[in-house]
Every structure is written in structure tokens, then in C-alpha cells.
Design a protein. Structure first.
Length: 367
């Protein structure tokens, strides 16, 4: 997703005279964060190109540790979305970003861009790259759905989760109800805008044209000049828009896939981060009752996800909107380090809550 989501929302905002500005779906998501050019540039080139059977998935890892942290990005974006968090986490553990099929430096897939297919790609890529579990999975928005699906599919591999403004299988329905149907209108407008961008990309964008400005925006102001240039280059391609439209069209299927797998996470270490700044309203105006209802519903959804684990925690990040990893990257890093610490306690023959495991008369650990 790109900055055109904001532009589409502004038009809808005027049309329906509501107090919404649909910033939640803007990419880059880093409205309050200027890029550090030196660190961001690392993500502007391909790294480990892993073959998963005729297609390549781009992986980048740094750092060392017993547990590997894997980041999954929001819809329509590549692994560089985590450029402010991945290097910080690498100071504590092996820290890896990857590009889903068709984004960044990964090849497109002939399969639909559903959560199940994204999880299958990631699992095969990690295996082919010899990146062994245990994993701590981190996901934002759609990436939050994907890492939950991965956890259900491969429970023996995942030892912890950090969910950053995650989607749930019922979020679209519940949030749209809270918005009194306005959110669905914005979604439809965004879908139409993306189709127009795909058509423009198929014909070929003219530099500095209205279409190029609408579809690609100016990523450099968020990512810095080097990475921003690469992000814009990706967003000027037909393959990017085809993948993005396909991924959006698969949202309902991805939701059904997560719903079919849904069950408690047991005592899996889990932190759910929730925005403290509404991305759905014009900040220059008072909060409307509808907007408050939407924000309350979003927080309730996240509380319910956290409650799926006996060790689940949900916390609000006051100074951040939907893209917490950009607005307040330290909060994400802190949550990851916290879960890493819990995982370490579990592996050191302690219960995941830090209490000693019970032992029978022979000294064996009881389940």
C-alpha cells in the first residue's frame, strides 16, 4: 500500500463529510519518522536470494542468537518496512526480514497471494536457507495475520509472537460495523484506485505525471534518498501493482484461512501492540463518536488476540498510529526483547512465566 491510500481517503473524506482521514493504509507508514539514510540503504538491494522451486525469495539476516526473529510486513509492502527495527533487534538476536512474493526483491508467484501461500513460501525459504527454528515471529497488519497462520501451521517452530496492529479474521466486518459502513466505502475506493494504478503501470508511467505521483508518491521523505529511490522504482512496475491488487483481492480468503485455524496459543509468549493515535480521523478536528467506536473496537480485537495465550499481553503505544514500527520503533524492539527473554526462560528449564518446572521423584520434569 502506498501514499495514494491517503489521497483516496481525503477524497472520500470530502465526499461523505465524515471525520476520517484513512491514514492506516498509507505506505510508507512512517508519517512521523524520517529515515536514517545510512541504515536504510542496507535494505535498498537484494541479499540472500533463496530458491524455493523455480522462484526466489529475498532474505536478509544479521545478528546472532539462539532464537531467530522473522519480520513480516503489512499488505503491499516489502521487508524494508522494518528498516528501523531490524538492526536494533539484531543487537539481541538473529534478525531477519524477507520480501513476500512479488514485493521488494522476491519473484512473483503464480499462486494467489493468500496468507497460506505466503506462509508456505516463508517456510520453504527458511528451510532452503538453513535458517533453523526456534523462531520469534513479528508481523504488522496483514503480516500479523500471516505470522499467526504460520504459528498454527508449524507450532513446533514458533516460540513467541509480537503482533503489531495485527489484522484478525473478523476485523474488517467488526471495524466496518463500528464505522457505520463508512470504512467499506473507503476500501472500495482504494481498490478502484489500485486498479487504475495497475492499468497505468501496464501502459507505463510517465515520470512526474499525475498518475506517477498518485500511485508512487514520494517515498524518499520517509525512507531517505537511497531506499526511497528503490521503493519508488518498485512502485512504478506492473508486477508490483498486479501483486498488490491480487493480495488485496485475497484478503477475504486469507481471513477465512486464519479463521479455520483459530484456537488458543497455550502459553506461547505473546505481545500485541495497539496504536494510540487514530489513523482514521482528521487530527485538526475533535474525535467523532464513530471514530471513538472504531478505535475502541480495534483495541478490543487486540485484547482478544492477546487473551489467546495465557502469557499474552496487549499494550497501547501512545505516540504511534497503525505503523508502530515507523512511528515508535523502540516500542517494537522492546516488545521483541521482552519475548526473547521469556523464550530464554522457557528453554532454561523454567516455565514460560519464569516459575520452576515441577519435578517427579526421579528428578524428571513433569509436563
Amino acid at each position: 500500500m502506498t501514499q495514494n491510500y491517503c489521497q483516496a481517503a481525503v477524497k472520500m473524506h470530502a465526499r461523505i463529510k465524515s471525520r476520517f482521514c484513512f491514514l492506516a493504509l498509507c505506505l510508507p507508514l512512517f508519517a512521523n519518522a524520517a529515515a536514517d539514510g545510512s541504515s536504510a540503504a542496507t535494505f535498498a538491494k537484494p541479499h540472500q536470494q533463496v530458491d524455493i522451486g523455480g522462484r526466489k525469495i529475498n532474505l536478509y539476516c544479521s545478528g546472532q542468537g539462539a532464537t531467530t526473529v522473522i519480520f513480516d510486513s503489512p499488505a503491499g509492502d516489502a521487508g524494508w518496512n522494518w528498516f528501523k527495527v531490524q538492526p536494533e533487534v539484531a543487537k539481541h538476536a538473529r534478525s531477519c526480514i524477507y520480501d513476500r512474493a512479488g514485493f521488494g526483491f522476491s519473484d512473483s508467484s503464480p499462486r494467489p497471494n493468500t496468507s497460506e501461500n505466503a506462509v508456505d513460501d516463508l517456510h520453504r525459504a527458511l528451510s532452503a536457507a538453513d535458517i533453523k527454528p526456534p523462531y520469534l515471529l513479528v508481523g504488522n497488519s496483514l503480516g500479523g495475520s500471516n505470522v499467526q497462520v504460520y504459528t498454527y501451521r508449524y507450532p513446533g517452530e514458533v516460540k513467541g509472537l509480537v503482533l503489531v496492529e495485527p489484522q484478525s479474521e473478523d476485523e474488517t466486518m467488526r471495524s466496518n460495523k463500528a464505522s457505520q459502513g463508512l470504512l467499506e466505502k473507503v476500501y472500495e475506493m482504494v481498490k478502484e484506485h489500485d486498479k487504475q494504478c495497475l492499468q497505468a503501470a501496464t501502459k507505463g508511467f510517465t515520470p512526474r505525471s499525475n498518475a506517477a505521483a498518485s500511485c508512487a508518491g514520494n517515498p524518499s521523505q520517509h525512507f531517505g534518498p537511497v531506499l526511497g529511490k528503490q521503493v519508488k522504482a518498485m512502485m512504478m512496475t506492473k508486477s508490483y501493482w498486479r501483486t498488490r491488487v491480487d493480495e488485496a483481492n485475497a484478503f477475504a480468503t486469507s481471513n477465512e484461512q486464519l479463521r479455520a485455524l483459530r484456537k488458543p496459543f497455550g502459553d506461547l509468549p505473546l505481545v500485541v501492540l495497539t496504536r494510540g493515535v487514530s489513523p482514521y480521523m482528521d487530527p485538526s478536528k475533535p474525535q467523532s463518536a464513530v471514530n471513538k467506536a472504531m478505535e475502541d473496537e480495534n483495541e478490543q480485537i487486540h485484547k482478544e488476540i492477546a487473551a489467546l495465550s495465557t502469557l499474552g499481553k496487549q499494550r497501547v503505544v501512545p505516540a504511534a498510529s497503525h505503523g508502530i514500527q515507523g512511528d515508535h520503533p523502540a516500542a517494537v524492539t522492546q516488545a521483541v526483547v521482552e519475548v526473547l527473554d521469556q523464550i530464554s526462560k522457557c528453554s532454561n528449564r523454567l516455565r514460560c512465566d519464569g516459575a520452576p518446572l515441577a519435578r517427579d521423584v526421579d528428578g524428571r520434569v513433569s509436563p
